[in-house]
Ligand binder design. Structure first.
Ligand code: DGJ
Length: 689
């Protein structure tokens, strides 16, 4: 066996498979090569330690002298073989007693994105209970500051930073979905790393169920990033010969801050899980009408949507039998004959006659105790079942309800759901499903099989209806991960359409996910979730960059507002080829009240930026607008576009009075342009060409 070196786009991974246990010697900046003097990586032997140099193996264990968190509790593996094919290293290791085998795959994409997963096979003749099996990657000591995320409903992806000290910092999801507080990415970097600066190493677990993602600085002198599925005791048992495959660990390194991570991740995702472009502009009915489904009213809404240029009309929750509020009917996936005597046909025809596609909301993984489905199949409710006819009601033993609903056991209800969804997609010309998931599972040991069944259901539907796009929604953005991404086409980023909150949620979610995958909608003037009132221009600029849409009863908008919305949609359609293919850039602002983000075309000939005030400026004169990501040698003409924001200035900067300015990219990046004085919660859009 030998030393393997994966290299791509400035990233190297070196794996030494020569010893008893294969070890990753390096993951990070390109080391040149291809040959690596691997023996130079052999460390000294400290006092009061094992008497041989400690190597951090692929499956570190106590038996090797590794007293940090192991890849697998109780494991002790020896490498049996290793090979390299098509930029993928495969390592096969066997347990010392020969009853278990772990095959590890490590692949690097042309963008330098590393993927790593294990497959555990029971080679013994007795049943094997699968323990937590994590992937670990070494990071250097300089990566001593951590960034990960937390959040809550309508406040997803709130960043949190902390120094990495001796010990384990572990973020664990036990929601049966990633959750609003999903750690999302675990980033370790040089202290003070920012969007544009610093070396950073980051991992994400491509999985929609329970998981842990962690960092450890060990007193032994190593530090690692690790992640794996979080399994309940006894959750997976393998019969002799059977295997368990971990989710992929996605790992990226950048020497140019967080934007450098996006520079690798976005092109990789765009090629590995492409979505159909252009993304249609959506109108989603939720905040427009909620459960108040009335054909004439929805037709008027569709008319208003078509008039401003909407391309896809999505009927949200409330269309199926008995669903007049959120307390009942989940599972009864038949169009309500009381509300829709002719089915959805009249509305869909109306929508399509106006040139729009039709989309429909579903929440297949859930069941209301008050539903015909629960009455017919109480045993399909996830969790310990209650005796039929019990006064406690179906599923009562399964803990508290959540939004008055319970979880459907997909392994039991799979065929029913497939039949119902197939029937709907066959009867109606539906091109989009908003697939919701509005509660945690709260059932120990169910997350794995539920997640695998979900993936299977999505894959089967995709195969049968390849023209139907699916949106992953989970009370907003509680299921945004790369495990589900290959099976869906869009994420609902958050239930808040408040632009102030959206600025932050989109900024941070966008490190991993390119903008065209992230739904961002224009909401009503007073946001339904927060009650905050925002200017139309701020709302429009905030919803411009992603997969754009509207979540507002347009029939209540004034003619002037509708004209502004129509102009915005026209501008979005003009710009979306750039917004949905370019490089996402975020400036490091010396004033946290001032944000600057943008998208620069891959050939750097064209860009759109948003200067955003999310608070009260720290000084009378804001910092200059310094545009990152431009070609230093090229001249750009900068001009404001979109609805003018509100200013508080006696005179604008000279270049704005002139209407535009043409300057070299180098000047715009280094000196920048004097910023106008925006009032708080405003956004100025600038186009550079
Ligand atoms: C939660 C979603 O996030 C909302 O957008 C909406 O679809 C509701 N569920 C409907 O119940």
């Amino acid at each position: 066996m030998t030393v393997f070196h994966l290299r791509a786009a400035g990233t190297s991974l070196v794996l030494d498979a020569r010893g008893v246990a294969a070890s990753i010697l390096h993951w990070g900046p390109d080391l040149g090569g291809p040959d690596i003097p691997a023996d130079l990586f052999v460390p000294a032997v400290p006092p009061s330690s094992i008497d041989v140099p400690l190597r951090l193996s692929l499956l570190p264990s106590l038996a090797e002298g590794w007293t940090g968190r192991p890849a697998m509790e109780g494991g002790h593996f020896r490498t049996a073989e290793a090979q390299l094919q098509d930029q993928t290293i495969s390592v096969r290791a066997t347990s010392t007693d020969g009853t278990q085998e772990v095959c590890t795959e490590l692949g690097m994409s042309e963008q330098g994105v590393l993927r790593l997963r294990h497959r555990l096979t029971n080679r013994g003749d007795a049943e094997l209970t699968v323990p937590n099996l994590d992937m670990l990657l070494p990071i250097p000591a300089e990566a001593s500051e951590l960034l990960d995320f937390t959040g809550l409903w309508s406040h997803e992806r709130q960043p949190q930073r902390a120094p990495l000290r001796h010990g384990v910092w572990s973020r664990e999801s036990r929601h049966g979905r990633p959750g609003h507080d999903d750690a999302f990415l675990m980033v370790a970097g040089e202290p003070g790393f920012s969007f544009r600066k610093g070396r950073v190493w980051a991992v994400h677990l491509a999985w929609s169920g329970d998981k842990r993602i962690w960092a450890e600085r060990s007193a032994l002198g190593y530090q690692v990033l690790g992640a794996g599925e979080l399994l309940a005791p006894g959750e997976i048992r393998l019969a002799p010969g059977d295997s368990y495959e971990t989710p992929w660990l996605i790992a990226v390194h950048s020497d140019a801050g967080l934007d450098g991570l996006s520079d690798r991740l976005h092109p990789w995702l765009r090629s590995a899980s492409p979505v159909k472009l252009p993304r249609p502009v959506v109108l989603n009915t939720w905040e427009a009408v909620y459960f108040d489904h009335d054909l004439p009213a929805l037709e008027r809404l569709a008319d208003a949507a078509a008039e401003v240029g909407v391309e896809r009309f999505v009927l949200d929750d409330g269309w199926f039998t008995g669903r007049r509020d959120d307390k009942r009917a989940l599972g009864d996936w038949h169009v309500d004959p009381g509300v829709w005597p002719d089915g959805l046909h009249p509305l869909i025809s109306h929508v399509r006659e106006r040139g729009m596609e039709f989309g429909l909301w579903v929440e297949p993984e859930m069941i209301s105790p008050d539903s015909a489905l629960a009455a017919a199949h109480p045993d399909w409710i996830l969790g310990p079942s209650v005796a039929p006819g019990s006064s406690a009601g179906p599923g009562a033993a399964a803990g508290p309800t959540w939004r008055w609903q319970r979880v459907l056991d997909l392994t039991k209800a799979y065929d029913y759901l497939l039949e119902r969804l197939t029937a709907l997609l066959t009867e109606y010309p539906i091109t989009f499903l908003k697939w919701d998931h509005n509660r945690d599972l709260l059932t120990p040991g169910a997350a794995h099989r539920q997640t695998r069944a979900l993936y299977r259901l999505l894959a089967e539907l995709k195969e049968a209806f390849p023209h139907v796009e699916i949106e992953s929604c989970a009370s907003g953005g509680a299921r945004i991960d790369l495990g589900i991404l290959p099976l869906i086409d869009r994420f609902w980023t958050s239930d808040t359409n408040d632009p102030l909150d959206r600025q932050s949620i989109q900024r941070w979610t966008g490190i991993l996910i390119p903008p065209e995958y992230l739904g961002g909608h224009l909401g009503a003037g007073t946001a339904h979730v927060t009650g905050r009132t925002s200017a139309l221009g701020f709302r429009l600029a905030t919803a411009l960059f992603g997969s754009a849409g509207i979540e507002w009863n347009l029939t209540t908008a004034s003619p002037a507002e509708r004209a502004d919305i129509a102009a915005w949609i026209a501008e979005h359609k003009r710009l979306r080829p750039l917004l949905h293919s370019g490089r996402v850039v975020r400036a490091d602002s010396p004033d946290p009240a001032h944000l600057l983000h943008g998208v620069v075309a891959q050939d750097r000939t064209h860009a759109v930026f948003a200067l955003v005030t999310v608070g009260t400026p720290a000084a009378a004169l804001p910092p200059p607008i310094r545009f990152p990501g431009l070609d230093p040698e090229r001249d750009y003409t900068v001009r404001p576009i979109g609805a003018p924001p509100r200013y508080m200035q006696d005179a604008p900067p000279a270049w704005m009075t002139a209407g535009s300015v043409t300057l070299p990219g180098r000047f715009l990046a280094e000196a920048g342009l004097p910023a106008p004085l925006l009032t708080p919660e405003q956004a100025l859009l600038l186009e550079l060409s």
